[in-house]
Design a protein around this ligand. Structure first.
Ligand SMILES: Cc1cc2nc3c(=O)[nH]c(=O)nc-3n(C[C@H](O)[C@H](O)[C@H](O)COP(=O)(O)OP(=O)(O)OC[C@H]3O[C@@H](n4cnc5c(N)ncnc54)[C@H](O)[C@@H]3O)c2cc1C
Ligand code: SF4
Length: 330
């Protein structure tokens, strides 16, 4: 591992000043992703600015009826929060579906959003990778890609975003708040992650040096009946091969409102807006859920070894929506 300078940030503006826009410096939160990448040589920062002790760990109701979540709140605290469990159950379930208890105690909200892909070529510095080294190539496309993207990928990168939390936050229209030397600003989560296009190394729309200070959740009444379902290759402690965050409001047998996002199928959490349009106003039946899933997945462009994800995501979507509908009928 490269030698690095370590500084503990005194406060938010001090953290931003210490990072100083330096492309060779990184914020350190729980370290559960960054330190792993430093050990493998994927990340080689000259300076770490530790933000873990900043007073950004609160989770509190917002004036508009939503919720404010600080960037250094741990994944465990977020999942356990009573407001999250009752008003945004899909979020609590998504967080609990990720990593292990010990990791969730260390991992923070800001770090979770900015964790890097788990593509095995990305983490192996002996291999080329356009995301790690622009222009070097993408061995995944002709090589091992059974867990790679089926939606929104490009000729240069087919990696998927690994976060479970970000999928639920996408379905909930969360807003990401950040600070730079120019002051405070915010981005809807739907605009946080850049389309992969020709520049897979540019992953987010955050300006250089931005410190995420928190995430706000608007009041989303439909989310009170919501669910996150994750499929993985073993029962626990694994990243998703496909996941669905869904919320459903049915009135008089008709879908009144719906939210849907997919995980592990694209370079970013995938908001299934086409499916939502099919759902809203349609009869609340398994046929409607299947039609919605199929409409969304019509844009899928699987590779030779990951076509199974199209069927998986269709079935997962129908199952989750059907379960939510049954729950509503009880
Ligand atoms: C074995 C294992 C299994 C896992 N399984 C899952 C899983 O199933 N699902 C899942 O979603 N995740 C999983 N994770 C990932 C884990 O959730 C992330 O490592 C964690 O959320 C990252 O948070 P952190 O606070 O440790 O971030 P760090 O590792 O400290 O930082 C990650 C990145 O975010 C940046 N950063 C951190 N905080 C800020 C901030 N406030 N502002 C700006 N930049 C910031 C850092 O500079 C770094 O680039 C797993 C991790 C491991 C090691
Ligand atoms: S899929 Fe993306 S991250 Fe993986 S090797 Fe190709 S360019 Fe790199």
């Amino acid at each position: 591992m490269r030698e690095f300078d370590y500084r503990r940030a005194p406060d938010v503006s001090g953290a931003v000043a210490l990072l100083d826009d330096d492309p060779d410096a990184r914020y350190l939160a729980g370290g559960t992703n960054l330190v792993d990448l430093m050990k493998s040589g994927v990340e080689r920062p000259a300076r770490l600015v530790d933000v873990r002790e900043l007073p950004l760990d609160r989770i509190e109701p917002a004036a508009d009826g939503g919720l404010l979540v600080g960037a250094t709140a741990t994944n465990s605290d977020l999942a356990a929060h009573p407001e999250v469990r009752s008003h945004y159950p899909m979020l609590a379930q998504a967080v609990l579906a990720g990593a292990s208890g010990q990791l969730r105690n260390m991992a923070t909200v800001g770090g979770n959003l900015l964790q890097r892909t788990r593509c095995a070529y990305f983490t192996d510095t002996t291999k080329p990778c356009n995301k790690r080294e622009p222009g070097s190539g993408c061995p995944a496309i002709s090589g091992e890609h059974h867990n790679h993207a089926i939606l929104g990928a490009s000729e240069t990168c087919v990696a998927v975003h690994p976060s479970d939390m970000a999928v639920a936050l996408t379905a909930l229209d969360a807003v990401v708040h950040y600070e730079t030397a120019d002051g405070q600003s915010e981005l809807p989560i739907g605009q946080l992650y850049l389309p992969v296009a020709e520049t897979p190394h540019r992953e987010t729309a955050l300006p250089a040096g931005a410190l995420i200070t928190g995430v706000s959740l608007p009041r989303v009444p439909v989310a009170a009946r919501s669910r996150y379902r994750k499929v993985r290759e073993r029962a626990s402690y694994a990243f998703a091969i496909g996941s669905v965050a869904a919320a459903l409001d049915i009135r008089d047998g008709v879908v009144h409102d719906a939210r849907l996002a997919f995980g592990a199928v694209a370079s970013r959490p995938w908001r299934a807006r086409t499916a939502e349009r099919v759902l809203i106003g349609a009869p609340a039946t398994a046929e409607t859920y299947a039609a919605a899933a199929e409409a969304e997945l019509a844009a899928a462009r699987p590779l030779p070894h990951n076509g199974y994800k199209v069927t998986l995501m269709r079935n997962l979507t129908v199952a989750v929506l059907s379960e939510l509908a049954e729950e509503a009928a009880r």
